[in-house]
Design a protein around this ligand. Structure first.
Ligand code: AMP
Length: 465
């Protein structure tokens, strides 16, 4: 099946073929016709499945086909909400790329930069806005965005937005939108996992949604080969350096549970002669962008990331993901390993598991409904005399004030140690996640946002632009 058989306009088919896409992915095959018909959608799609084009292409098609209502210069027609700055930038770039032959204007807003250029861009008129919830609310507060004529709403990675404590922000935004349902606003909700909270959000938002499911719910991406290497907690860094060196890995994304852990591990790897950078919520947006760019172009061999910072990273054909520490939230494992094996490429996800983490491992295996193969690496067999220790030390009585770079907060019910990158605290969220990139693009001009995905797309000739 081709993109034109899905009923997309010639301009969109041309843009995707210039991206090198030969045929639609399963989620695109399912979602595009349903969205083109104007239905609400509840989609269970892993990251890496092509879900962004799955909602962006029909969204652009519908806006192109339905002329802008008269007198609506400054009002927005489509809003895409994403949990993190990185994902907002990537989705915004997809909008710009797929829409490059359409006379539609798009913008990306997220925090960490001045709000003023964004205000100026919004005043000039934007059809499609990709935003993180916090900065969107800042704009709404300043009356620089008018949502009253919104035609399409997309919640991308909705599960992660709830994990990050954005539910109240989302509800505030929803309360400002025009009426829902057939003939009114079209709503599309994408999520990798489905908790009761997601279902409750979907029930309140979606009108008679068409369910779309491309991978079995809560299962890990199938193209990823998973393996556990049992090892003692104090020997993990050594084992990681050994694996990277002996297997000659050149682009490895490594997950730690805490920001300090990420810094420590990156420093340790550097000492071992392996170039490494850390990326987490305490780093400035500039430092995160630089680290990611260095990693993408191969100047840095290992990127050490916390879950929150890694959300939204899309690195083409990333071959290796390592869980230096298992996440305490089983769903995070699914998100982490979704960084590899993207768009059908083979990938490998390795977990270094010490005795303290056996309960986390059981939780993950239960969630993904499969047992992950275990392999002891010679010379790194765990010492059977070592006893398990609690992963999270009880917190001192101190309010959680995790300073974050735009996407952290304490997860309700989640544990936090002093070091864990936390999610959801109102304080921290308002302080920095409100986030605001300021890249506005007119799709025809195709300006790239600061987190450009240039490296993973072939440069296409752009006649007429
Ligand atoms: P996503 O799941 O939306 O983050 O997409 C994952 C990756 O797949 C991105 O690098 C896309 O550019 C790429 N992609 C999306 N759709 C297709 C397609 N139909 N054929 C090939 N690659 C695709």
């Amino acid at each position: 099946m081709s993109f034109s058989q899905l009923g997309l306009t010639a301009e969109l088919v041309r843009a995707v073929s210039e991206e090198g896409y030969r045929e639609p992915t399963p989620v695109q095959r399912q979602a595009i016709p349903v969205i083109l018909e104007g239905n609400d959608v509840l989609a269970g799609a892993q990251t890496g499945t092509g879900k962004t084009a799955g909602f962006t292409l029909p969204l652009l098609h519908r806006l192109q086909q339905q002329p802008r209502p008269s007198g609506g210069k400054a009002s927005l027609r489509a809003l895409i909400l994403t949990p993190t700055r990185e994902l907002a930038a990537q989705v915004g770039e997809s909008v710009s790329t797929y829409g490059k032959y359409l006379p539609l204007r798009s913008a990306v807003i997220f925090g960490g930069v001045s709000i003023n250029p964004q205000i100026a861009q919004l005043r000039r008129g934007v059809d499609i806005l990709t935003a993180t919830p916090g900065r969107l609310l800042d704009h709404i507060g300043q009356k620089t965005i008018d949502l009253s004529r919104l035609e399409i709403l997309v919640l991308d990675e909705a599960d992660r937005m709830l994990d990050m404590g954005f539910i109240r922000d989302i509800r505030k935004i929803l309360a400002l939108l025009p009426p829902n349902g057939r003939g009114g606003r079209q709503n599309l909700l994408f999520s990798a996992t489905f908790s009761d909270e997601i279902r409750a959000l979907a029930n309140g938002l979606l009108h008679d949604p068409v369910p779309i499911e491309v991978a079995r719910r809560n299962t890990a991406v199938e193209t990823v080969a998973q393996r556990v290497h049992p090892v003692d907690r104090v020997r993990k860094a050594q084992l990681l350096a050994y694996l990277i060196g002996s297997r000659n890995w050149h682009q490895v994304l490594v997950f730690t549970r805490t920001k300090h852990g990420a810094n420590r591990l990156a420093a340790q790897l550097e000492k071992d002669g392996i170039s490494a950078a850390a990326i987490h919520g305490n780093k400035s947006q500039g430092a995160r962008t630089r680290a990611l760019a260095d990693f993408k172009r191969g100047a840095v061999r290992v990127l050490v990331a916390t879950d929150i910072a890694a959300r939204g990273l899309d690195i083409d054909q990333l071959p290796h993901v390592v869980n230096f520490e298992l996440p305490n939230i089983a769903e995070d494992y699914v998100h982490r390993i979704g960084r590899t094996g993207r768009a059908g490429n083979a990938g490998e996800a390795i977990s270094l598991v010490c005795i303290d983490e056996h309960a986390f491992l059981r939780g993950i295996e239960k969630l993904i409904q499969q047992e992950i193969p275990k392999e002891v690496i010679e010379g790194f067999a765990p010492d059977p005399s070592i006893r398990a220790e609690p992963v999270f030390k009880p917190r001192a009585a101190r309010p959680a004030r995790a300073k974050r770079g735009g996407d952290a907060a304490s997860r309700p019910g989640g544990h936090t140690s002093g070091q864990q990158e936390t999610r959801g605290s109102k304080h921290s969220r308002r302080k920095s996640a409100g986030a605001t990139g300021n890249s506005t693009q007119t799709t025809g001009q195709h300006k790239r946002p600061q987190q450009a995905r240039a490296s993973r797309r072939p440069k296409a000739a752009r006649p007429g632009s």
